[in-house]
Design a protein around this ligand. Sequence first.
Ligand code: GLN
Length: 540
Amino acid sequence: MARYIFVTGGVVSSLGKGLSSASLAYLLQSRGFKVRLRKLDPYLNVDPGTMSPFQHGEVFVTDDGAETDLDLGHYERFSGVMAKKTDNITTGKIYSDVLRKERKGKYLGKTVQVIPHITDRIKEFIKHDTSKEDFVICEIGGIVGDIESLPFVEAIRQFANDVGKKNALFIHLTLVPYLKASDEIKTKPTQHSVKELRSIGIQPDIIICRSERSIPLEHRKKISLFCNVDIKNVIETVDVKTIYEAPISFANEKLDIQVLNYFKIKSRKPCNLGPWRKINKIILNTKKQVNIAIIGKYVDLKDAYKSLDEALTHGGIDNNIKVKLVRIDSEKLKPSQIKSKLNNISGILIPGGFGKRGTSGKIESIRFARVNKIPFLGICYGMQMAIIEFARNKLKIRNATSSEFDKKGISIIGLMNEWNKDGIKIKGTDKDLGGTMRLGSYDAKLKENSLVRKIYKSKIIKERHRHRYEVNISYKEKFEKNGLIFSGLSPDNTLPEIVELKNHPWFIGVQFHPEFKSRPFNPHPLFSSFIKAAKKKYAK
Ligand code: GLN
């Protein structure tokens, strides 16, 4: 039977529960165990798909087409285990399931209540499909004491009773602040947070203390005493320079060993930190760097392009070079500034996006990359903008546009049902994807002798999608005659998946999101190749 590890947070949010859970998963895996990671989010949205990146950061997409919390990205990158739809649940999803059942009369006349009906559904979710795992790590979003998280905390309390306390472990992550003025470390917020947790029936077994500086023994003793936790289980996590140091720092604190001791399980093999040490060395010691411009709408929020930032770093690791991300707000980018703003840039990346705002800045930057032969990677919306730029400036279709933001021009990017309505029979399929997102993993076949075929070293690839609009394939010939090759297509030849420019050192647009599948130990080939091209262009 699986053992369950619940990770809650206290004092403030954003302390790094996701990274702590992901690091613990790696350490346990490395010791020979099978681990699954899950996230329970207390907000009322059914999934984060409808939330603005400004609100909640990036929406991560799984192979099976779920739009999930970005922590699932950390989980995948650190553990290598592909997340599934069933690994992320929200209050909204739980309630809609329960209410649907209620409307069908499935509760047989009973009064439907938070306890037991909502908590039962949460418990079902935690347990679902975990019979083959040694450990299931469940992170509870938000912090203890929030009104929204209460049913989740109650559910995990009950869960530990159901499976037996020896099979469930509670980890609580709190903040131990350092006060500069008095040069003191404060344990009181942790004490209060644990008190709050205990008042709802949960005694943490391990406390992870996030701190700016190392926590002296006397303070650890204090936390141990007041919070009723063995001193060995008071674990510190001091701010690290890069997230890749986290697994090493938790191993130094023996987090994995304490978890195994709790469950009275012997390690199956020694923990291997070698790969982490290797990448930390590159990230921390490499002097050479390339500047990559990310031109998008959400550049002010650090988490909005989380997987993308990571994938670029991975590309840097593969090329032994530091990648400096220069974030440029596309809405504020005036055409007259492009030359000066992109002066020191070795590669330009336009990420995914939605809506009209900021499009002209993006299109102008793509033109700059195309004409000046600067390595360019367009992702999803970025590829669509590259198509529009090429159509307007090279094919001279001046009103070429996307029906996402302009209904009057020529929709080279549009919904598939629009094209059919216009009488342009291009698809040869009666599947109607209009008005819905294409989500999750889809195959693409790569053209022989193309740059992408060389990069991927494969005829068929699988990549994750999250978009509603597609490039109208009926323009393929016109584009190709003028040098923009459709080098990746859906297996039925109806949907352009990749475009690349002839006579340019590196200009690629992809309709999917390769960043979701990049891993620190297994960098995505597109990002490695993009950084390699940028390095060739200009590296300091
Ligand atoms: N807004 C575009 C679409 O829906 C692109 C989406 C994206 O970049 N993920 O097709």
